[in-house]
Write a protein of this length. Structure first.
Length: 181
């Protein structure tokens, strides 16, 4: 069921519209049965542009970023999910929790090839097995949140708490910090 906040969006049960999902996302829908999908203009896949064009509050939209950390020759990867009104604290929180010397956003080429998703549509749903998925507590507490669908031409709407059901998911306080505007 779509809340009043998102009632103006035309959504479908995600499982009924696999053409609006990356294949890995469609395969992972068993973890988020209530997920709904809606089409967007692929040119508006950027969160801020999508929110403005589709009248979606920034605090109900979340970004999934892939982070790579390094310590010596060891490389570690994690997906981090934060509301659009915040940013993932890569240099402090993520770096310390990954126990690495340096952490940064994964290179676009790596993010796309490793996830099997389009850049600008990467989502925590359907990431490779074994990848940790860290979800900021504010995302999990959001009644309905919009995330990527694995492609640029659509988005997924689901209860924020459902993201905690994903394999490797962990809800964390302090993963994200407010964006200063």
């Amino acid at each position: 069921m779509v809340s009043d906040v998102h009632s103006h969006l035309t959504t479908w049960p995600a499982a009924e519209r696999p053409e609006l999902l990356a294949p890995a996302v469609a395969a992972a829908l068993t973890y988020v049965l209530g997920a709904r999908v809606f089409e967007i203009d692929p040119a508006l896949a950027d969160t801020a542009a999508m929110c403005a064009a589709y009248d979606v509050p920034l605090d109900t939209s979340a970004n999934c970023v892939l982070v790579t950390g390094r310590r010596g020759g060891d490389e570690r990867h994690v997906a981090c999910v934060a509301l659009a009104t915040t940013r993932v604290d890569v240099n402090t929180f993520v770096r310390k929790r990954l126990d690495v010397r340096k952490a940064s956003f994964s290179a676009m080429e790596f993010a796309v090839s490793a996830s099997g998703m389009e850049y600008g549509g990467i989502t925590p749903i359907g990431l490779p097995a074994g990848w940790p998925v860290w979800i900021d507590a504010a995302v999990a507490a959001t009644a309905e949140v919009i995330v990527g669908s694995g492609i640029r031409g659509s988005k997924i709407l689901l209860p924020g708490a459902d993201l905690a059901l994903l394999p490797g998911a962990e809800v964390l306080e302090g993963l994200a910090v407010p964006v200063l505007r």
